[in-house]
Design a protein around this ligand. Structure first.
Ligand code: 13P
Ligand code: SF4
Length: 307
C-alpha cells in the first residue's frame, strides 16, 4: 500500500474505532503497520489477560484464530472482530487425542497441560493452559507428577529441563516457523557478530535453545533486550518482533537468526482488513455457549495459577 493510502486508511480506522466503541489488540508477530494502529500490542499472555479488563464493547483481534477463540471465551459478552478468520496457527491443531486418552487411562494423576497456542476444541481436553511466559512456573506449581504437554514438543522439552522433578510426556506438535530455526544459523550469525547475545523463543528446537543467552516469550525477549547493556542481539523468533525491538531500542542492532522467520498466518492481517472489519462489523468469532464454557476452564485456571 502506498504511504498516502496508508495514512488515510489509518485515519478511517481511528474514526471507526471511536464510532463502534472498538479497541484494537495485536500480537507482536503481526505486520508493523498493524502494530502501529493497535491500541495494545503484546504477547499471548498479556493479550488474553488484558481483553477482560477493557471497557470497549468490541475487541478487534489482530492475531490467529486460536487467539480470537480465547478472547471470545473469556469475554463472551463482547463482539470479537477477526480481520481475517482464515489466519490460523498450524500447531494449534497438532494434538494426538488418541495418545491423550491412552495416557489418561495409564496415569491416574495425569495433568494435561495445554499451550495457549491450541484450538478451543483441544483446550476442552486440557486441565490447564499455559503461555510461554508462565509455563515453567505453572507446571512447577501443579501437584501432579505426570504431565502430558500439548501441542508443542519444543516448549514441552524446554519445560522438562526446567522442571526435572516432573515426568513430562511430549506430544509431537511444533510451530513450523520456530522449528526451522537452526543451531547452524545461530552459529553463523554469532561468527559474524561476535559480541551479539542470542535471544531465543522456547518454541525453537532444543539445539537452538542450548545456544541461548536468554530464553523467553516475545515480551520476555523485549524486556531482556531493553534492560541489557549489550548493543547487539541475534533474535530467534518470528520477525514481527523486530518492529517493537527497533522502536524501543534505537541504539541497538538486531539480527534475525535465520532468513524468513515469518509466520504467513500472522501476516494475513492487513490495514485494509482491519478497516473492512470495523466498517462491516464482520467477520466475528462465534462460539456456542457450551463450547465457551468447556474451553475457558483451562484458561481460567491458568489466570488463577499465574496470579
Ligand atoms: P508468545 O507471544 O506468547 O511468546 O507466543 C508466541 C507465538 O508463537 C504466538 O503465536
Ligand atoms: Fe502458530 Fe508459529 Fe505462527 Fe505462532 S508463529 S501463530 S505458533 S505458526
Amino acid at each position: 500500500m502506498n504511504t498516502w493510502k496508508n495514512s488515510t486508511t489509518k485515519e478511517r480506522i481511528k474514526r471507526l474505532k471511536q464510532e463502534k466503541d472498538a479497541v484494537i489488540l495485536a500480537h507482536y508477530y503481526t505486520p508493523s503497520e498493524v502494530q502501529e494502529v493497535a491500541d495494545y500490542v503484546g504477547d499471548s499472555f498479556y493479550l488474553s489477560k488484558l481483553a477482560s479488563t477493557l471497557p470497549q464493547k468490541v475487541l478487534c483481534y489482530c492475531g490467529v484464530y486460536f487467539m480470537g477463540e480465547s478472547a471470545k471465551a473469556l469475554n463472551p459478552q463482547k463482539t470479537v472482530l477477526m480481520p481475517d478468520l482464515t489466519a490460523d496457527c498450524p500447531m494449534a491443531h497438532m494434538v494426538n487425542l488418541e495418545q491423550l486418552n491412552q495416557l489418561r487411562h495409564q496415569y491416574d494423576d495425569l495433568a494435561v497441560v495445554c499451550y495457549i497456542n491450541s484450538t478451543a476444541t483441544v483446550k476442552t481436553y486440557a486441565d490447564v493452559c499455559v503461555t510461554s511466559s508462565n509455563a515453567v512456573n505453572i507446571v512447577k506449581s501443579l501437584p501432579n507428577e505426570h504431565i502430558f504437554f500439548i501441542p508443542d514438543q519444543h516448549l514441552g522439552s524446554y519445560i522438562a529441563k526446567q522442571v526435572p522433578e516432573k515426568h513430562i510426556i511430549l506430544n509431537d506438535g511444533y510451530c513450523p516457523i520456530h522449528h526451522k530455526i537452526t543451531a547452524e544459523g545461530i552459529l553463523s550469525q554469532k561468527n559474524a557478530h561476535k559480541d551479539a547475545l542470542v535471544l531465543v523463543h522456547p518454541e525453537c528446537p532444543a539445539s537452538v535453545v542450548e545456544l541461548a543467552d536468554y530464553v523467553g516469550s516475545t515480551s520476555g525477549i523485549l524486556d531482556y533486550a531493553k534492560t541489557s547493556n549489550k548493543k547487539e542481539f541475534i533474535i530467534a523468533t518470528e520477525d514481527g518482533i523486530l518492529y517493537e525491538l527497533k522502536k524501543e531500542n534505537p541504539d541497538k542492532v538486531f539480527y534475525p537468526a535465520t532468513e524468513n522467520q515469518i509466520c504467513p498466518d500472522m501476516k494475513k492481517i492487513t490495514l485494509e482488513k482491519i478497516l473492512s472489519a470495523l466498517e462491516t462489523m464482520e467477520p466475528t468469532m462465534e462460539m456456542e455457549d457450551s463450547f465457551i464454557e468447556a474451553s475457558k476452564q483451562p484458561l481460567l485456571r491458568m489466570l488463577e495459577l499465574s496470579k
